[in-house]
Design a protein around this ligand. Structure first.
Ligand code: DX5
Ligand code: ZN
Length: 219
């Protein structure tokens, strides 16, 4: 069930210092990490607002980290070019809103950016099946999106196993990412079920020893 990919920890900058995002990027780099997870919220699809392409562009000029951009938008298809032009390396889009998902994934790829789908905790795995062949990554929310610092939802574990199984059975090669309430305990439950990419906001930024946190969750 375990993934063949090198495990990656992608700190979510939502838990960083929004008055000084540059220093939060430096802290991620100092911990020897290569990805940063960037949560984009529109106040409609989720009940919270964060930042847009202009902020991504400013962070892009300050860091060479891999920008894993998570769009929590009602109409992500309207913003793909803006986020790619701003410097996104990967864009993940939710499958719950009503917009042309397959075409949007294709467009992201055609622009040379990695793409993937995101499922909320209560969205059944089958809903993503039509898109898997073109996904570089599948992101499974282990909290209801909108806020950091929530509790990991164990009821998503069977869905993780399903995507792991499908990856093998269908001979697909998407990375499997989880996001929400990931900490030292829940990370282990995920990686042993095939997760290879872990988003952690509060658990990373609150860790006493971030390098040890990284080494433990990606062991
Ligand atoms: C929630 C975001 C998550 C969140 C993770 O909507 O998508 O990336 O920032 O934060 P923690 O790890 O604190 O749950
Ligand atoms: Zn996220």
């Amino acid at each position: 069930m375990r993934s063949s990919y090198e495990k990656i920890l992608a700190p979510s900058i939502l838990a960083g210092d929004h008055a000084d995002l540059k220093s939060s990027l430096r802290e991620i780099e100092a911990a020897g990490l290569s990805w940063v997870h960037l949560d984009i919220m529109d106040g409609h699809f989720v009940p919270n607002l964060t930042f847009g392409p202009q902020t991504i562009k400013a962070m892009r000029s300050a860091s060479s980290l891999f920008f894993d951009v998570h769009l929590m938008l009602d109409n992500p298809d309207k913003f793909i070019d803006a986020f790619i032009d701003a410097g996104a390396d990967q864009i993940t889009i939710h499958i719950e809103p009503d917009y042309p998902i397959a075409e949007t994934l294709k467009h992201i790829r055609q622009r040379g950016c990695k793409c993937g789908v995101v499922l909320n905790p209560d969205t059944p795995a089958e809903a993503a099946r039509p898109f898997l062949a073109v996904c570089d990554i599948v992101l499974l929310m282990t909290v209801q999106p909108g806020f950091g610092g929530q509790k990991f939802r164990e009821d998503v574990l069977p869905k993780i196993e399903t995507f792991s199984k499908w990856r093998e059975e269908l001979n697909l090669n998407y990375r499997l990412e989880v996001d929400g309430g990931v900490d030292l305990k829940s990370a282990g439950s995920c990686t042993k079920r095939g997760v290879d990419t872990l988003v952690a906001g509060s658990a990373f930024f609150d860790a006493d020893d971030r390098k040890l946190f990284k080494a433990t969750v990606t062991a």
